[in-house]
Design a protein around this ligand. Structure first.
Ligand SMILES: O=c1ccn([C@@H]2O[C@H](COP(=O)(O)OP(=O)(O)O[C@H]3O[C@H](CO)[C@H](O)[C@H](O)[C@H]3O)[C@@H](O)[C@H]2O)c(=O)[nH]1
Length: 321
């Protein structure tokens, strides 16, 4: 079984490549990242490039016979998407459609798509299940919801079966210590908190202490990246077994505030971690917590690293590697 992993050199994609290789799948990784992550993709075929490049895609699909495509490559910063929407619609929507059209042309009709909690917008209730209204409040969320809608149409018209996996807050690192989180620039809470612990940063800025939450800071549902990769594996098995298109929310169902994350990080690292209070960051809902019962019930997903201290401990091992 050969799988094309687009964005397989990034944070979540590289964990997926590892999971696939462990299962004996053949992997072709397509990515335009180089450096550490690329080195970490220790197996399979690596193709440097971009899904905007139709000629490259045609060459890859003519050379390999894929059972499915897993697509992790996208821009993911909410704030940036407000400033530069074109970048988000171009890359996340238009380039994804380019990939889908080549897939259809080569009769590859199983697709795993990285979606996001940002498609829901301001929560109308929590925990958020799959049927929660979709009303994204920024171009990033809209770009992902547009693709989810396009995928429904591609299923109806071309029989392309897709699993949309809506991540809440992916965090942590490979428990073996081989892979971890690195974005450039880094904007995510846990790696920034740990950089403050390790001395690579002087402090962590807390964006808002005036939310309607018990300690005033925002609440998020952190999911270990290895559990996330496992969910993708189960979704892949589902599609390869002839299963129908589907969408699943992925989180642990436990909300932790920014202050709680900092407190747990202090315990795990034994470092003081200085904080500075800042104004709210635009586009941050107060509370995002997933109801993931659907994937547990339908695909048997069982997170193994649901404990926040474990998630942070694995990320800390990577930060101090
Ligand atoms: O330096 C920081 C960084 C973050 N935060 C806070 O920490 C929480 C988590 O922020 P992250 O940036 O780590 O994560 P988000 O919830 O903003 O982002 C997640 O959800 C987004 C969509 O809502 C995208 O999918 C994104 O990739 C994903 O990590 C937020 O309340 C944020 O305001 C801080 O206080 N200080």
């Amino acid at each position: 079984m050969k799988i094309l992993v687009v964005g397989g050199a990034g944070y979540i994609g590289s964990h997926m490549v590892k999971r696939l290789l462990q299962s004996g799948a053949e992997v072709v990784t397509l990515d335009n990242l180089s450096g550490g992550y690329r080195d970490a993709v220790c197996g399979g075929v690596f193709v440097y490039g971009d899904i905007a490049d139709t000629r490259l895609l045609n060459r890859i699909f003519s050379t390999h016979s894929f059972a499915a495509v897993m697509h992790f490559a996208s821009h993911i910063q909410v704030g940036e998407s407000v400033q530069e929407p074109s970048k988000y619609y171009q890359n996340n929507v238009s380039n994804t459609l380019n990939l889908l059209d080549v897939m259809v042309a080569f009769d590859v009709k199983k697709f795993i798509f990285s979606s996001t909690a940002a498609i829901f917008g301001e929560p109308q209730y929590t925990p958020i299940d799959e049927n929660h209204p979709k009303d994204p409040i920024n171009p990033y969320g809209r770009s992902k919801w547009m693709v989810e809608q396009a995928l429904s149409d591609y299923d109806r018209a071309y029989g392309l079966k897709a699993a949309c996996l809506r991540y809440f807050n992916a965090a942590g690192a490979d428990p073996d210590g081989e892979l971890g989180e690195r974005h450039d620039p880094e904007t995510h809470l846990i790696p920034l908190v740990l950089q403050a612990a390790s001395g690579r940063r002087t402090q962590i800025r807390v964006f808002g202490r005036d939310y309607e939450t018990p300690d005033g800071t925002c609440i998020r549902d952190y999911i270990h990246v290895t559990d996330l990769a496992e969910a993708h594996w189960l979704a892949l098995e589902h599609l390869l077994a002839g299963g129908d298109s589907c969408a699943f929310n992925l989180g642990n169902g436990n909300g932790f505030s920014v202050q709680e994350v900092i407190d747990v990080a202090r315990q795990v690292t034994g470092k003081p971690i200085a904080c500075e209070d800042e104004a709210r960051r635009a586009g941050d809902p107060a509370r995002l917590v997933a109801d993931s019962r659907k994937i547990r019930e339908q695909l048997g997903w069982q997170p193994r690293y649901a404990d926040l201290a474990t998630i942070i401990a694995d990320a800390w091992r990577w930060e101090t590697r």
